[in-house]
Design a protein around this ligand. Structure first.
Ligand code: DGL
Length: 270
């Protein structure tokens, strides 16, 4: 019997790229997922709004039995994680510190690009985390606000998506980066197009991988998980704050038609 229920949240379908890693690495754990589709995209929201949304979502997930929270959203990780840690008694993990560590391990030339939402770029969270670990590293951040709506709409290969990617990525290629952090959880769905555009010399870092490893290690430390907690198939629950059908369709188109998920729409305080 799993002793831990992991809950993840994001503005929409992006956090499913993190949930996928949880399913791979901790297959015996029940997962709760919250997509705040009433407020997507988060990237244009103010810090006050983002803190309020995270607070309401964490209260809700805690009421549903969550015992560990993974911020499956870079924007919330950079703006709300520390405030939520101080406010709630639940263990939490965000994407920035593990993602920065993975980027520092990946770079050979000390030239790292970051694409993220405008709100994340405004915080400078990745630059700070990377330069704390490895002073002197050159970090080039680009806000890529046109990408999230394309991913939410399932437009992964549309000409407009390719155009937006080239607008955001070509300036980074000119900076001769050797590593690019996918600093928004929606972007790994665009990985094939991003790889094509940047070529084999640029390593793409998806912070989800290191974040889920860090969460697993933290859960083991806290005794929330034992090495034997694995393998039993279990039941995952999905919640959204608006348009359950749209979320389900987007999830199916992004994850493959076999992804049969049950989504419940809930109303949280605004
Ligand atoms: N996927 C989220 C992130 O990682 C939020 C994107 C958005 O809604 O703008 O930042």
């Amino acid at each position: 019997m799993a002793r831990c229920t992991i809950a993840l949240f994001d503005s929409g379908v992006g956090g499913l790229t993190v949930a996928g890693r949880v399913f791979e690495k901790m297959p015996g754990l029940p997962v709760l997922y919250f997509g705040d589709t009433a407020h997507v995209p988060y990237g244009n929201r103010s810090p006050e709004e983002l803190v309020r949304y995270a607070d309401n979502i964490i209260r809700f997930l805690s009421g549903q039995g969550a015992t560990y929270i993974i911020f499956a959203c870079n924007t919330s990780s950079s703006l709300s994680l520390e405030i939520m840690r101080a406010r709630h008694d639940l263990p939490m993990m965000g994407l920035i510190a593990p993602g920065a560590k993975a980027a520092v391990s990946s770079t050979r030339k000390g030239r790292i690009g970051v694409i993220a939402t405008q709100a994340t770029v405004n915080t400078g969270a990745y630059e700070q985390a990377i330069c704390t670990l490895s002073p002197g590293t050159a970090v080039y951040s680009v806000a890529a606000p046109r990408l999230v709506p394309f991913v939410e709409a399932g437009l992964l290969d549309a000409p407009a998506t390719e155009q937006a990617l080239s607008d955001y990525l070509l300036p980074l290629r000119e900076k001769e980066i050797d590593t690019l952090v996918l600093g928004c959880t929606h972007y790994p769905f665009l990985r094939p197009a991003i790889s094509r555009m940047l070529g084999p010399d640029v390593t793409l870092v998806d912070p989800a991988e290191a974040t889920v490893d860090a969460a697993r290690a933290d859960m083991l430390d806290r005794g929330l998980l034992t090495a034997g907690d694995a393998g039993e198939p279990c039941f995952h629950r999905y919640f959204v704050s608006a348009d359950a059908l749209g979320f389900m369709q987007a999830a199916r188109s992004l994850l493959g038609s076999g992804a049969d998920i049950d989504v419940q729409e809930v109303c949280l305080p605004d």
